[in-house]
Ligand binder design. Structure first.
Ligand SMILES: C[S@@+](CC[C@H](N)C(=O)[O-])C[C@H]1O[C@@H](n2cnc3c(N)ncnc32)[C@H](O)[C@@H]1O
Length: 292
């Protein structure tokens, strides 16, 4: 069904308590129902590894006990958040897909900004699977460095959301390791980060454009509240969903965009068979989806 999770997720290692095929299907169905993420049969060992760590932390003897706790436990909500943290892959880094940022800066901004200027509104960008914030803050840095000077009367609001609350804490802190900054141009690194004890702390002058909140892209109700975005980044997350959940999520993202707004998805992702609502716009080395 979903080739994507199969390709995108690494295999688990180490010894884990054995997950029966039946319990695997139970957890897979439940995770799918909650998040839209679908675990292929050959990813059973990955799920086993992740869930067995929760069993250890909670001191539980079996997956049945864990499933009951998730469904009916008094701490159900907290454990669901821990489950989301356990089953998601959060790989990201600053300036991850440069052609996208170039298309935004060189073509979309000159198109979108005059309207923003005349309405007195901020440019609103949603980093919808933000992980630890690198994408949202890349946008903030580019705005601060290149865009704000040309459009001094237009502000920026970046909203970063993710289902994983641990990575959102990192985003809020704005403190990164070497790995995250490895693709960051020197001039940005020197200007917008303070290096301390081997960590890179993002300066407030760029942090201030972005705010982060917990949001599950598969939660219809929460998605309905996300409105009036000029640009949405939904990168490197669609690969974890099956066709049905992708269709639901992309349709909601369409509704979240202002008319004339743009959607970016990951380099390896496509809306083929998922949505016909967008107009495809080609830019050097990248495609952008426009709500016409
Ligand atoms: C591989 S990261 C991509 C980060 C960033 N967009 C990038 O391209 O570098 C995928 C992110 O999607 C998040 N995610 C997975 N399923 C989600 C869902 N149903 N709702 C919201 N976020 C989700 C994961 O927690 C993870 O942080």
């Amino acid at each position: 069904m979903n080739l994507a999770v199969q390709q995108a997720m690494p295999t688990s290692t180490g010894s884990a308590q054995k997950l029966s095929d039946e319990m695997f299907r139970t957890f897979r169905g439940y995770i799918y129902e909650l998040t839209g993420i679908y675990f292929q049969d050959n990813k059973k060992y990955l799920l086993e590894g992740r869930l067995s760590k929760r069993l250890q932390v909670l001191g539980l003897a079996s997956y049945d006990q864990y499933f009951n706790l998730l469904k009916y436990g008094s701490q159900r909500k907290d454990e669901l958040f821990a489950l989301y943290d356990a089953v998601t892959i959060n790989e990201t880094f600053f300036f991850r897909n440069e052609p996208q940022f170039e298309a935004l800066q060189n073509s979309l901004i000159p198109e979108l900004m005059p309207k923003k200027k005349s309405s007195g509104q901020k440019l609103r960008i949603w980093s919808s699977a933000s992980s630890s914030g690198e994408e949202a803050y890349t946008l903030s840095m580019i705005f601060h460095e290149k865009i704000r000077i040309k459009y001094p009367n237009v502000g920026l609001e970046v909203v970063g959301t993710d289902i994983n609350s641990t990575v959102l804490d990192i985003a809020q802190r704005g403190q990164y390791r070497e790995y995250a900054i490895r693709n960051t141009p020197k001039e940005y690194l020197n200007k917008y980060f303070v290096q301390q004890d081997g960590k890179y702390n993002l300066k407030d002058e760029v942090k201030r454009y972005a705010r982060f909140e917990h949001l599950n892209l598969y939660d219809q109700q929460r998605m309905r509240a996300m409105r009036n975005f000029d640009v949405i980044f939904c990168c490197n997350v669609l690969i974890y969903f099956d066709a049905q959940s992708k269709t639901k999520i992309v349709s909601n993202l369409y509704d979240s965009l202002n008319p004339g707004g743009y959607l970016f998805i990951g380099y390896a992702e496509s809306l083929h068979g998922v949505s016909k609502a967008f107009k495809l716009v080609n830019f050097p080395k990248t495609i952008v989806y426009k709500k016409d």
